[in-house]
Design a binder for this molecule. Structure first.
Ligand code: ATP
Ligand code: MG
Length: 172
């Protein structure tokens, strides 16, 4: 799927005021960031994306730099209900710093705690918890976690640009 060029969007419609992830009212900062997110090119195609995702096991998504692949697509995956019940969306990044900083940004965008609902996993540092449904990770740390904890390693795997998306499963 090809992400189209940026167009203006209607930002007047807000989502519900209670976060389904925390049960708390969204902060003013959440809405401030949400309006910026709605201006990103991928936002225009989130419904198309969810439709294509639901009918394909593998999806290659191409979008220009800054269009929202790394920060938005995993959130669309979460919104579409693919996570929970032990399933996690894992997005790999080439560098430790990138994994950490994008996780912090996405936690802020979702109005959740870093290391709680959204986390990261890099060598020597695991910032995740029992409630984590979205994790940014280096390639190495992802492979490590599959090897060490095969039963928990079922999730959605997103990588690079174009984003290559598919389920991965590790087993003994
Ligand atoms: N830490 C941050 N603080 C503020 N804005 C950010 C931050 N990280 C990303 N953004 C904004 O989010 C937008 C989308 O970023 P994202 O990393 O998802 O793009 P991308 O499509 O993955 O780009 P690339 O192809 O370069 O990886 C950026 O254009 C930028 O405006
Ligand atoms: Mg990216």
């Amino acid at each position: 799927m090809q992400v189209k060029k940026k167009q203006r969007t209607d930002v007047s419609r807000e989502s519900g005021s209670i976060s389904p992830h925390t049960g708390r009212t969204y902060s003013p900062k959440y809405y401030e960031i949400l309006n910026k997110r709605k201006d990103l090119p991928v936002w225009q195609q989130r419904q198309d994306f969810k439709g294509i995702l639901s009918t394909n096991q593998t999806l290659i998504l191409v979008g220009e730099t800054g269009s929202g692949k790394t920060t938005q697509i995993p959130q669309f995956v979460v919104d579409a209900g693919y996570t929970g019940n032990g399933k996690m969306c894992v997005c790999t990044q080439p560098r430790r710093v990138a994994a950490m900083s994008v996780a912090r940004r996405v936690a802020e965008e979702m109005d959740v705690g870093i290391g709680e609902e959204v986390g990261y996993s890099i060598r020597f540092e695991e910032a995740t918890g029992p409630r984590t449904f979205l994790k940014y990770s280096t390639d190495g740390a992802s492979i490590n976690s599959c090897t060490k904890n095969p039963s928990a390693s079922v999730g959605l795997f997103l990588r690079g640009n174009p984003i290559l998306m598919g389920y991965f499963m590790c087993s003994d």
